[in-house]
Ligand binder design. Structure first.
Ligand SMILES: [Zn+2]
Length: 326
């Protein structure tokens, strides 16, 4: 399904079955010399059919189209190699491109295992989790070549120049796209209107929540008239939504802090089990393992933030991190 949302800009709804995100909003900008496709969908047949039908309906040729990936997650990057032509560049931030390569390291899951045991996951639960990981199921192939870009990189489509803005937080190298003279923003998963972007723990990326909030300020300071986000309802008031996201995280930071004050010595997994979640499950035990993974990652990001603020401190007890108030 396509929608013409601005002059020469189309949205293609790519379904994400059995995923709470429901769909990916992929965007296609028709240019004079090149077209640009923003994000692609999981590497599955359903996503491929929806995306390629949309591209056909818009009437552009992938030979004159480049691809921009806002970030490495497989609901955005998964199909890039399959939909690209040999002439297509696949742009991604250098930081996320380097991260995506680590998914294919033989010891990637061993490292991940170590991180998740440290966060308080049991071996049993983690093994189950790996089987359901979107990294395993929907990633682009290992040989995919990315054009690695930095903050401020300009993509020239002949009639429009589009600026890549580095907004680390949701992933270490997440990028938004900005068309300055029209005040148009493609916000990826940085600002979403109906749901709160997942902020989690990453290897080699300190205090992801703190970095996310800094990146919200970067966008808040830019004049934006129309925002196109990657999931659910694509449009809304960006500045108001950023204020809501700030107050959401402030509440969550306070909630995590109160839990550590009340129950000193908990792991991030245990803190997550005591936080409030909007998921439809009777209690923490009934959470699907993948949701426990997201929740624990999210709790951990809030605990890292509190640690950075000097409010709590971690101790490592037999490879497991436990948090204490200061
Ligand atoms: Zn994402």
């Amino acid at each position: 399904m396509i929608n013409n949302i601005a002059k020469d800009i189309y949205m293609i709804k790519v379904p994400l079955p059995e995923n709470p995100l429901k769909n990916l909003n992929s965007y296609l900008i028709k240019g004079k010399t090149r077209n640009l496709l923003i994000d692609t969908g999981f590497n599955t047949q359903i996503c491929y059919d929806a995306l390629s039908d949309g591209i056909k309906e818009i009437g552009v040729d992938m030979n004159s189209t480049d691809i921009f990936l806002t970030h490495l997650h497989t609901d955005h990057a998964g199909l890039c190699a399959r939909i690209a032509s040999p002439n297509s560049k696949i742009y991604m931030s250098r930081i996320d491109s380097q991260h995506i390569k680590t998914f294919f390291n033989i010891n990637y899951f061993d490292n991940l295992e170590t991180i998740f045991y440290a966060l308080g996951f049991s071996k049993e639960e983690f093994a189950n989790n790996i089987k359901n990981s979107p990294i395993v199921k929907y990633a682009p192939p290992i040989e995919t070549e990315y054009t690695e870009i930095e903050d401020g990189y300009m993509i020239d489509l002949g009639n429009r120049v589009i600026k890549a803005v580095l907004t680390p937080g949701h992933t270490p190298g997440h990028m938004c796209l900005y068309i300055e003279n029209e005040k148009l923003l493609f916000s990826g998963d940085h600002v979403i209107f109906d749901i709160t972007p997942n902020i989690t723990k990453w290897r080699g990326f300190q205090n992801s929540l703190g970095q996310y909030m800094n990146s919200l300020n970067i966008i808040k300071n830019m004049p934006v008239e129309l925002t196109f986000s990657s999931h659910r309802n694509p449009m809304g008031n960006c500045s108001e939504r950023i204020d809501e996201l700030f107050s959401h995280h402030k509440k969550r930071i306070a909630e995590a802090y109160n839990i550590v004050m009340q129950y000193p010595g908990l792991s991030p997994y245990d803190v997550a089990s005591k936080m409030t979640w909007s998921i439809k499950a009777k209690d923490w035990k009934a959470f699907p393992v993948v949701q426990k993974w997201f929740a624990t990652g999210e709790a951990s990001a809030h605990l890292d933030y509190l640690e950075d603020e000097g409010k709590i401190k971690p101790t490592n007890i037999n490879g497991e991190i436990k948090y204490w108030p200061i």
